[in-house]
Design a binder for this molecule. Sequence first.
Ligand code: HEM
Length: 532
Amino acid sequence: MASPSPGAHYDGPPSSWITSDSRALLAAIWSQKLTALVLGPSLAVVLWLFIADYTSPLKRYPGPFLARWTNLYRWWQVYKGNYAPHIKKLHEKYGPVVRLGPNMLDIDLPELSRVIYGTVGWAKSDMYTVNSPLVNGKLLSNIFSEVDPAQHAKMKRPVVRHYSVSAVQALEPQVDSVLTDLLSLLQRRYVEKEQACDVGEWLNFFAWDFMGMVTMSHTYGFLEKGSDIDNVLANNVKLVDYFGLIGQLTWVDYLLDKNPIHSFGPSGIPSVVRFTVEKLTARTKGEDKHYTPDRPDFMQYFLETKKTHPDLVDDAGVTAYMLVNLLAGADTVSIVFQALFYYMLKNPRVYARLSAEVRTAFQPFQLAPYAQARALPYLEAVVHETLRYNPSISMALERVVPPGGLRLPDGSVVPGGKTVGMNPYVIGRNRGVFGEDADEYKPERWLRGEGEGEEEYKERMRRWWESMLVFGGGSRICLGRHVAMMEMYKVVATLVASFDFELEDPEKPWQICARWFIWPKGIVCKLRPRKD
Ligand code: HEM
């Protein structure tokens, strides 16, 4: 019998070599090997999952089955785009504490908001680091994304005074100039031409141009163009969605956006970055034609900070503060505006009462001064109710439990190192705080009730605001909340005093996509000159 020589063709042993007995034997050996190969690791994984679940200190907290083992459950809910409403349903099913991941609890206990957001030592979770780019191998955090409380305090200290009520009131002329543009564009394009107007889209253009104006005395030009420019708005949605999605699986960020070989992350908004840097360069060279010292803006405030805190703020720091303003302040306000117009127009009672109040105070096309607008009680009620009912943020504001743990009202203790968070949407609809009708849009709840004493009313308002997390809380509370309030009061009062609005199809609901933000779409209206 010739053995096959190296390199020669070999057809295998003659079939007569393999008897049926040896075939059966071979098959048995292979099936044993396969069984060992497949079943062994599978059993090990199942055992590991069982042990991980059994020994987890969070095992007592209820939640969806898959969430006990993987954050993919949360990722999937974000991906589906109905996050906040879904989490609310989970709380209705499981109670105030829901386990949303192997190490994460979503908590609907407003009485704990002061503890989680208002006490020292509660760091933001690593979800936020997705928001910090990797530069030369180091995370470049910003005032929103920094997770270390001490580092965050260093970033906040130099700029916090520029967001105070008085600093913000000094920006009012900047608001007026963009508001004037909005009014005349709506008048020319829609009222005079009797065309249906996608009000949501225009409020979004306004919110972005407004942030450009208060930040660098120059708009990006969305209103003038009447559309997106360089895909800034579309890419920004991708950027924010990436944060919401990959924030659930932070390690994936190192395979995608922070991949050292090639980044697969979202493209970002390079033209906005370029525009911001150009404006800053022009200002520092004294060549900025749009800036006059009698109309301050945030860039000027931040440049002052560079002088007062040279150890903490350089040009890159000024650019970062400006960019965070744009990214944190445009979409958030735009979403609340859109929700306010949608719910106001869906509820004729609300629209009638608001327009009666506003029209008594302001003439058509009069730019409502902030001080006067915020003195209108029903307008205030509508703004507060919209913030409660439809906060811009759809996800929990995650924090890491400090080493001492978190004691829950049932006596259990969530150990240090675990992640907990409250969702502004869920908390805003908590029946224990806002009443059995918390799921209804009803601005009247913010007015003083019949028979309610002044002190009692003030105490209720204090309690409600303390519970609501629409602007976050404690040392990480939204820096721009006074800016947002000024913008909302002035814009709503001015628009409602100027035009009659009517939904083009009152039966057609808007569409929302709830990931990190609750993106609205489809608020198409007929606009007419104000009748009375
Ligand atoms: C209705 C509008 C707004 C809403 C609902 C809102 C909401 C929030 C929330 C919930 C946080 C805290 C996030 C967390 O703890 O994870 C936050 C932080 C922040 N917001 Fe706003 N925001 C709004 C408008 C603005 C505006 C207009 C600006 C800029 C002028 C702004 C700038 C910031 C900044 C800089 C932070 C980070 C603060 C820090 O960590 O120290 N926001 N915002």
